[in-house]
Design a protein around this ligand. Structure first.
Ligand code: FAD
Length: 425
């Protein structure tokens, strides 16, 4: 039987995971990556494997929206710009902030989170990826009692769905987490989660793809997706190459919208810019990964230093480094972790998260164009969910059906969960 030829656009965690699951099953896979593996969001993120993490659109988010637009120091910042896509996106985002939509999303994310955690672990173990994988849970840390109490209903919701959440306040918190300042109120430990070193996961995935026979072409930018008779045929690169395939996986992160447009597809995503800085080894090191609730800074103890990550800037596909905003991460963390303001900054980075207005990823067959599987929009959860999405892409392409229902990820009917026509060309 002819070997199935599959092109994957994007060498982030979603694209590499899809390539890995496809090549494991004997498909002929080529990943096209514009930059280098390990430059983008998939390597620069906070490394938290937070199962059942709530989506960005949530009740109460709109109340702070005006402040966020105006305040350049806010952890969420919207740069008002002449972009016809931004306002409709914000309108749809606002509609997803109701209590009902939030609960629907949480139902989906609670189910998917557990499966994604198992999938991540399976991949790391089976492919022997040395990435400092840790299952010590993630900690949400609170300075303020009111914020802590406001977070308890969500903790309860997770417990009702079978997750383990431990409450730690007062001396129990201080004994367990001596790296934090004494004045904090406490924390919630989400015990089913963990963390890993994102850059090392990406290196390990790339090695595994190649070991299973897949090809990865770096510095290879796709300019256009070409279809004929409503079916994917080939991609054209900026270097003038033409690559043909039976199927296409579109996993270009925040850039997926522009690429989709080249073949007539409408995938309305926005880029959510985030920053990280790495501090040289600090005297006080938290025991596990944490999110500092009031400042929205994620802190992860990785080999080689403490990584502080955060902010969501809706500023388009702009990768310019705003040093002031990046350093705000340090200010935000200094109020929680002892001695952190004395630490030397080793490196800084920024990257783009692919955001959907619903807060749920976009996974499924492109409507109206055969053999294009879309896998993007993972927002703040892509490091955890990426391997599972990759597996689902491989199932959809090779089996014509998936082990999880893709209906919640259809981007308001733009994508289809159903099987696509047989592979003959
Ligand atoms: C600061 C920050 C912290 C985060 N923390 C966490 C966390 O703790 N836990 C978590 O689960 N998630 C986290 N995330 C989110 C997570 O990193 C993303 O959801 C995930 O990396 C998205 O993966 P992706 O493969 O879809 O996209 P990307 O990693 O962006 O990969 C897409 C790739 O496509 C390539 N590409 C684009 N256009 C083209 C083209 N025309 N031709 C060829 N290649 C192209 C890009 O160069 C890129 O490498 C964080 C993100 C940020 C920014």
């Amino acid at each position: 039987m002819k070997q199935r030829k599959i092109i994957v656009i994007g060498g982030g965690i979603v694209g590499l995971s899809a390539a890995l699951y496809l090549s494991r099953r004997g498909a002929d896979v080529t990943v096209l990556e514009r930059d280098r593996i390990g430059d983008g969001a998939s390597a620069g993120n906070a490394g938290i494997l937070a199962q059942a993490h709530p989506p960005l659109p949530r009740p109460g988010m709109l109340r702070s929206a005006v402040r966020m637009v105006l305040d350049r120091k806010s952890p969420v910042f919207v740069r008002l710009r002449m972009d016809r896509s931004l306002l409709p996106f914000l309108a749809r985002f606002a509609m997803a902030c109701t209590g009902k939509r939030f609960m629907d999303s949480m139902d989906v994310l609670c189910d998917v989170g557990r499966e994604a955690g198992a999938c991540f672990r399976e991949l790391v173990e089976a492919e022997r990826i040395d990435c400092g994988y840790s299952s010590t849970g993630w900690l949400e840390v609170f300075r303020d009692r009111d914020h802590y109490e406001a977070a308890l209903p969500l903790a309860e919701l997770l417990r009702e769905r079978g997750y383990r959440v431990r409450e730690r306040t007062g001396s129990e918190f201080r004994n367990a987490e001596p790296a934090f300042v004494e004045t904090l109120h406490g924390g919630l430990l989400f015990e089913d989660s963990g963390f890993a070193h994102p850059g090392r996961v990406m290196d390990g995935l790339a090695t595994a793809v190649r070991r299973h026979g897949g090809t990865i072409l770096e510095s290879c930018q796709v300019e256009r997706i070409v279809s004929r008779n409503n079916r994917f045929r080939q991609v054209l690169t900026t270097g003038g190459e033409t690559l043909e395939g039976d199927d296409l996986v579109l996993a270009a992160g925040a850039w997926s919208t522009g690429l989709a447009r080249t073949c007539g597809l409408n995938l309305p995503l926005q880029a959510g810019k985030g920053y990280h800085l790495v501090l040289e080894e600090t005297t006080h090191r938290p025991t596990t990964t944490s999110v500092l609730a009031e400042s929205f800074v994620a802190v992860t103890p990785l080999e080689g230093g403490l990584r502080l990550a955060g902010t969501v800037e809706l500023a388009g596909l702009d990768l310019s480094m705003n040093t002031t905003r990046c350093r705000q991460l340090l200010r935000g963390a200094a109020e929680y972790i002892r001695g952190i303001d004395q630490a030397r900054v080793q490196s800084t980075w920024c990257g783009l998260r692919p955001l959907t207005a619903s807060g749920l990823p976009a996974i499924g067959w492109a409507g109206g164009l055969d053999r294009v599987f879309v896998a993007t929009g993972h927002a703040m959860m892509g490091f955890l969910l990426g391997p599972l999405t990759g597996r689902l892409a491989a199932e959809a392409i090779l089996d014509g059906r998936t082990s999880l229902d893709l209906a919640p990820f259809d981007m308001g009917g733009r994508l289809s969960a159903g099987s696509s026509p047989p592979p003959s060309r």
